[in-house]
Design a protein around this ligand. Structure first.
Ligand SMILES: NC(=O)c1ccc[n+]([C@@H]2O[C@H](COP(=O)([O-])OP(=O)(O)OC[C@H]3O[C@@H](n4cnc5c(N)ncnc54)[C@H](OP(=O)(O)O)[C@@H]3O)[C@@H](O)[C@H]2O)c1
Length: 330
């Protein structure tokens, strides 16, 4: 089968080349399904993995790719809930950049009729991650206020919509006025340009000094102190990435006096059972919103699989709003 392969130079950190190559097609084991991938998306972690900085968890495919959308083409032994020809999407721990991928049957999600493969691929990773971290990890409630960095990112565009649907008030940060405007259209209440404004001071102004209940963060170290500062008593900070730095120093007092929670969360390395439980809850709570069009995957751009270098470059340059999707053609 065709897959996008990383041609490693051997030096960690190098922008290894990506090439479409012939590789062995995987076979579904018991309880697994073989999916013919029609569309898959670029996730920020792919840029790290191609540089040797984010290896796949043990047992996962070494091929890049954390999500996909396609057709069921073969069933492993004992699979009863899917049929050949079903349209499905899923997150995977690796292998989404291959034309075929094997996926445990309880990780698959049916694609609602109103969504194309491109849209389903744009939804898979980011809607699951937003749902997991906003609601299951942070316990975001109706009437609470959320600070969401990078509202125009893949995860951000999903999180704004899910938080809005839950009745939470969303403040986003973004690098440009245009991205802020588009986040407001998705349902954010306010936007802060993190390049030109001190986001913590602006959050205090916007909330009359009260602060926020939940922060969804992937910047990490440089924002840690400010986040503890602007969280209300009982507030929750969920860190899902470390784009700005890994090591920070904080004053611990607010953690105690305000009874704050700092939660670290990764989806990719969770066990098969944990992912199955997440998918079960996603299917009952989020899939109906996607199926009714109440929330929509935001597609920034679509490339052919052969154009993967251009797709990665677009994410690296940061001009995108929503998801960058790749598609296979015969
Ligand atoms: N833990 C997990 O399970 C998990 C799963 C999926 C994703 N993630 C993480 O979630 C993050 C988003 O992923 P993605 O695929 O959606 O990436 P993406 O589309 O490339 O988004 C990155 C975003 O970060 C924003 N940003 C960069 N520097 C910033 C700063 N200093 N202050 C505020 N915002 C800043 C950018 O905003 P502008 O474009 O406006 O500059 C951009 O929107 C990544 O760090 C990724 O690794 C974690």
């Amino acid at each position: 089968m065709r897959a996008i392969r990383v041609e490693e130079t051997g030096k960690p950190g190098d922008w290894n080349k990506l090439v479409v190559a012939e590789v062995p097609r995987p076979e579904p084991a018991e309880g697994e399904v073989l999916v013919q991938v029609e569309a898959f998306s670029v996730n920020r972690a792919d840029l790290l993995q191609r540089r040797g900085l984010y290896p796949p968890p043990p047992g996962a495919s070494p091929i890049l790719g954390l999500d996909c959308a396609g057709y069921v083409v073969e069933l492993g032994a004992g699979v009863s809930r899917w049929h050949v020809g079903d349209r499905v999407f899923a997150v995977v721990a690796g292998g989404g950049y291959g034309r075929y991928v094997v996926i445990p049957e309880d990780h698959l999600i049916p694609i609602p009729e109103n969504l194309s493969f491109t849209e389903a691929a744009a939804a898979a990773e980011v809607f699951l991650v937003a749902f997991l971290n906003l609601f299951l990890e942070a316990g975001l409630q109706k009437g609470e206020t959320l600070l969401l960095h990078g509202g125009g990112s893949g995860v951000g565009t999903a999180a704004v919509q899910l938080a809005r649907e839950s009745g939470a008030c969303v403040i986003v940060t973004a690098a440009t006025a245009e991205k802020i405007e588009r986040c407001l259209q998705l349902g954010a209440w306010a936007g802060i340009n993190y390049k030109t404004e001190d986001f913590a001071r602006r959050v205090r102004e916007l909330t009359d000094g009260r602060g926020v209940d939940v922060v969804l963060d992937w910047i990490g170290a440089p924002y840690l102190g400010k986040h503890l500062d602007i969280l209300k008593p009982g507030g929750r900070l969920v860190i899902i990435g470390l784009m700005g730095g890994h090591t920070g120093e904080i004053t611990l007092a607010p953690l105690l006096t305000k009874r704050l929670k700092i939660i670290g969360s990764v989806l990719r390395s969770r066990s098969r059972e944990e992912k199955a439980e997440l998918v079960r809850r996603f299917r009952s709570q989020v899939l109906p919103l996607l199926a009714s069009g109440s929330v929509k995957p935001v597609v920034d751009s679509v490339f052919n699989a052969e154009e993967v270098e251009t797709a990665h470059q677009r994410m690296q340059e940061g001009g995108h709003f929503g998801k960058i999707v790749l598609t296979w053609s015969d």
